[in-house]
Design a protein around this ligand. Sequence first.
Ligand SMILES: *Cc1c(COP(=O)(O)O)cnc(C)c1O
Length: 461
Amino acid sequence: MSIRYYSTNRHLNNVEGIVPFTGKVSFKEALLKGQASDEGLFMPDSIPMLSLKDIQKLKGKPYRDTALLVAEAFLADEFPPEVLKKIVKDAYNYSVPLEEVKPKAYVMRLDQGPTASFKDFAARMMARLMSHCRPRGERLNILVATSGDTGSAVGEAFKGVAGIDVTILYPETEVSNRQKKQLDTIGGNVRALCVQGKFDDCQNLVKQAFSDPQLIKFNLTSANSINFGRILPQIIYYIYAYAQLAENGEQAIFSVPSGNFGDALGCEYARRMGLPVAKLIMPTNENDEFPVFMTTGKYSKVSPSRACISNAMNVGHPSNLARFFELYGGTVDRVGKVHRYPDQEEMRQYIFSVSITDEQTRQTIKSVYDRYHVVLEQHGAVGWAGLEAYLNTAPDKKLAICLETAHPAKFPEEIQKLLGLIMPLPESMKDLDQRKGSAVSIANDYDEFKNYLRKNLKIKE
Ligand SMILES: *Cc1c(COP(=O)(O)O)cnc(C)c1O
C-alpha cells in the first residue's frame, strides 16, 4: 500500500483563517507543494518498517546503501528503483566520519558536503527528487530567502540539476563575507540577488512573488525546511551510524543540536521505522521553549528569539514542533498556539531536552578539546553538552552518538579565541577565496524584483 501525506492542521475546524485540508496527497505532490493549503505540515500516513537484520547488513557498506534502503522504503511506489539508485549516488559523494571521543561515545561529522553543513544532506537529495518530479518539458524556479547558510546549501544542492533554476535573495548587510562569497559564486543555474534590506524584507519579496498571479507561469517553488522532502533524507544518517557502530542489536542514544527540529525529527522517524533508539536527546541553545515545555507541560514560544552563538539554532518556535506534537497525539499551529497537547508521558519516555547557555557551549568546546583532543564548533558543542546533561541524570553505558552539524572552520573567530587553533577549510571549500562571481544588487522593492524575475526566469526546459 502506498504512503500518502496528510496535513497537521486537518482537525482545526474552528480556527479563524484556517480552512483545514482533510485530503491526502502523494509524496510528489507534497514535495512540489512544500506545505498543505491550510499551512499545516505534510505527514506520512504510515511509517515503513525495517528489520534489525536489514539494518545490520549495512555495516561496512557505503552511505548510499543506507540511503537507498530508506528511500525505497518510502518512495518505491512513486519512483523506479534505478532512479532512486542514481539520486542517492549523485547526492552522496562525500564521506560521513564517525569519530570516537571516548569509549562508546562518538561524534558523527555531517560536515563534508559542499557547504560543510548537515543541511547539504537534505538539500542534495531533495534537489534531485524535485528534478525528477517536475512537470514534463517545463522548468521549476526555486526562490529562497536566506540569512546565510540555508541559501548556500540549497544553491549548491541544485547546482547543475536539470530543469531547475534557483534564485537566492540575501540581505546586503546581514551575511558574513565568507557567506557572501559562498552565495555569489555558485553560478550556472543558481543566481544570487543582494537585497538592500533585511532578511525579513527578502522573505516578504519571496512571499509576494509566490502569490502573484502574473508569475504563475514560472512554476515558482520553495525549498523550504518544512518540506517533507527535506525530512526524509535526515532519517538516513541515524541508521547509517547505528549500523556501523552498534553490536548485537544494542540500543543507542542520539544527541541532536536542535533549532527547527527537522534534524531531530529524522531520528524520531528512524526509531519508528525500527531503529533501536533508547533516547533522542534534543538540546537547544537559550531558546528554551521546548525544554521548558518538557519539564512544565506548558508550551509558549520565545518571541523574539534569543541571539546565541549557535546562530543556526536561534529559533523561538520550531517549525517542525507541529510534526512532533502530531506524532504524540497533539496539535500546535504555525504561530505556536497549542490546540491539543500531546501525550507527554510518552514523549518523556523517548525524548530528553535541555537548554544549553552560550557560556556552557564555550566551556564544552574547551573541555572536549582539552580532554579528548576533538574539535567541536558551537552547534555540535550544544549537542555534546546535552549528551553530558542526559548522562548525569541517567548514567548508562549505552552507545551514544552526537551529531556535529557544521565544520569548525566555518566559525574561525570562536574556535581561535577558545582553542587558539586556526582551522583549515574543509576540502569542499578550499577554493572559496579563488571563486569568481557576483550578485545582482536590487532595492527592497517588489516591482524591481518582479521585473528582474520576468526578464531572467525561463519557462520551458
Ligand atoms: C540548521 C542547523 C541546525 C538546526 O537544525 P534543525 O533541523 O533546524 O533543528 C543545527 N546546526 C547547524 C549548523 C545548522 O545549520
